[in-house]
Each structure stands twice: as C-alpha cells, then as structure tokens.
Design a binder for this molecule. Structure first.
Ligand SMILES: *[C@@H]1O[C@H](CO)[C@@H](O)[C@H](O)[C@H]1NC(C)=O
Ligand SMILES: *[C@@H]1O[C@H](CO)[C@@H](O)[C@H](O)[C@H]1NC(C)=O
Length: 299
C-alpha cells in the first residue's frame, strides 16, 4: 500500500516537474528610458509571468553590465551592436537552447525583430511586439512621458539631424528615424531600420528567418500619443512626401512586395494584429495574461 502511494506521489511529482520545465522560456526587451529590472515596469511584467506560469524561465535583457548602463545604452549604444550583444547572450544561455518566446516593449519590439531576422539560433517561436515602431518614427520623443534628463538632449540631436553620420551611429532613436519628407535619405542613411526592413536590397536571410516564427504579434495602442505615428506599431506609416496621410501595412511597399515576409505570414494566419485602448504601453494585467501570455506563451 505505501509502495503504491509512494509510486503515485513520484508519478505526480514527475508530471508536475515535467510540466514546469516544458513551458517555453520568455525573453523580454525593455523600452527607451527603461531597464531590464525596473520594479515599476519589467520587474512587474516578470512577476506576472512567473505567477501565470510557475517555474518558467524569464530572461529580461540587460544591455551592459549595470542597470544604469542598460538604461543609457537604450539611448546611446548603436542598435546593431546591441542586437549582436543580445544574440550572443541568447546563444550562450543553455535554458534557451530549445527555443523561446520574445516580448518586446516599445523600441524593444523592433530590436527583437532584428534578433529574429539576424539570429535564427536559438529559435524564437513567437515574437510579440507591444507598441514597437516597425516603420520607425517621425516625431520627437515626448519628454514629459520619458522623464529623464537625457530625453531633452535626444530631442536636440534629432532636431539637429538624425541622418548626420555621427548622430546616426550613436543615437539609438536616430537609427529608427523615418523621415517621410526624405525617403531617399532615410533609405540610404538609416543604419538599422532601413536594413532590417530590406529597404536597400532584399536580404533573403532576413525573410527566411522571419518566416521561421510561429507568430508575429503586433500590438498597437489606439490612443498612443507618444509614438508618431502610432500606426507604425502595425507597420503603417506616413505616405511619402508629407506627414499627415497614412498608409496601412497592406498598402505598404514592404507588404506588397513582401520584402521581409510579412505578407506570407499574414496569408498563413501567423500575423496577429491586436489593438488596445489606451496610451503607449498602458495595458491591464488581465489583458496581458489573457491575450498575450495564455495565447502565445503558454506551451
Ligand atoms: C543578410 O543578413 C545576414 C544576417 O544578418 C548577414 O550575415 C548577411 O551579410 C546579409 N547579407 C547581405 C547581402 O547584406
Ligand atoms: C481610444 O481609441 C479608440 C479607437 O480609436 C476610441 O474608440 C476611444 O474612444 C479612444 N479612447 C480615448 C480615451 O480617447
């Protein structure tokens, strides 16, 4: 009898342990002015994920060796270099060897897309972009929202010239600055966004790698006053030559020519467009748990 009970306990334990370790790990990339571990932002997100899937492995990316450095690098470390650093971090982490789901917040959304396109190993299963700027931005950051002294300095630099060589190479936000009044300059000078969006030429490796995702999930905030235009969160943008009229993703060259694989993902039902009422990154825990974690991170 005790033998049987022991056996049942052992079985239950194995089942429990088995289910705990089989939850796919999650990798998070924070937004501008934020860090890996801020208790008010990604710290809370990590806690929610831990609570939803006990035992899950969550890696909140830290770019640099300290939290201060991590935050500063979000402004001043060349994004291409950041992506390289992250690719190395992910490849070196044995917990991720069987794949992971990725959630990017704000600029972390487009940075993780670069990781998906450039670094297929370990495999990213689902990419969830929460308020990411996939066609870039055309509008100075709102420093009443990003309450950091560096923010005003960044406004000055972008105003001075986002495509000026040294600004482009040192200022992260210049690297996804998309000027609809000068598309040619954007295409030729943007060292990050124009590259991952295959604007200069079509890098087939990027297409093949993006198509390896199970799902690309793009969340847009309906009342976003921080990101200009908010439609960039769904690959929409200003029509060339002006900054009022917008095109939708489906009407973009990127989609019509399928330059990065978006149209194929869409046709196969693997492109998910979600809209949330609220300003930038304003979402409820309930929404995050039900619409993101349970739908895309729960296996
Ligand atoms: C395409 O992207 C891959 C992955 O980043 C890179 O190694 C390769 O050099 C790129 N090819 C071209 C033609 O830019
Ligand atoms: C947010 O945007 C949605 C969709 O455009 C709109 O229906 C809603 O009224 C807006 N909410 C606020 C508070 O402005």
């Amino acid at each position: 009898m005790t033998g049987l009970i022991n056996y049942i306990f052992k079985l239950l334990f194995l089942l429990y342990a088995g289910s705990a370790v089989s939850i796919t790990p999650v990798v998070l990339w924070h937004g501008m002015g934020d860090s890996c571990c801020n208790p008010l932002s990604l710290g809370t997100i990590k806690t929610i994920i831990d609570r939803t899937f006990p035992g899950i492995y969550v890696k909140s990316l830290k770019i640099g060796s300290t939290i201060i450095e991590d935050m500063e690098n979000g402004f001043f470390l060349n994004v291409n270099h950041q992506v390289d650093l992250v690719c190395n971090q992910l490849a070196a982490d044995p917990e991720l060897k069987d794949g992971y789901n990725a959630i990017g917040f704000s600029q972390g959304g487009q940075f993780l897309r670069a990781v998906a396109q450039r670094c297929p190993s370990p495999r990213m299963l689902n990419l969830i972009s929460i308020g990411g700027q996939h066609q870039g931005v055309y509008g100075l950051p709102d420093c009443s929202y990003i309450k950091h002294p560096l923010c005003n300095y960044i406004r000055k630099l972008l105003n001075y010239g986002a495509y000026v060589g040294w600004v482009q190479n040192t200022l992260v936000q210049a690297e996804y600055w998309h000027d609809p009044l000068d598309e040619e300059k954007y295409r030729s000078s943007s060292i990050f966004l124009a590259d991952i969006n295959n604007e200069r030429n079509v890098n087939q490796t990027y297409v093949q790698n993006l198509l390896k995702l199970n799902n690309l999930v793009l969340v847009m905030f309906n009342n976003d006053t921080i990101v200009q235009p908010k439609e960039t969160e769904w690959f929409g943008f200003f029509e060339p030559g002006q900054d009022k009229k917008l095109y939708r993703m489906q009407d973009s060259v990127l989609y019509r020519e399928d330059r990065i694989g978006l149209r194929k993902l869409d046709q196969q039902g693997r492109l998910k467009l979600l809209a949330v009422d609220g300003n930038h990154l304003q979402f409820s825990e309930e929404w995050f748990v039900n619409e993101i974690l349970h739908k895309f991170c729960g296996s």
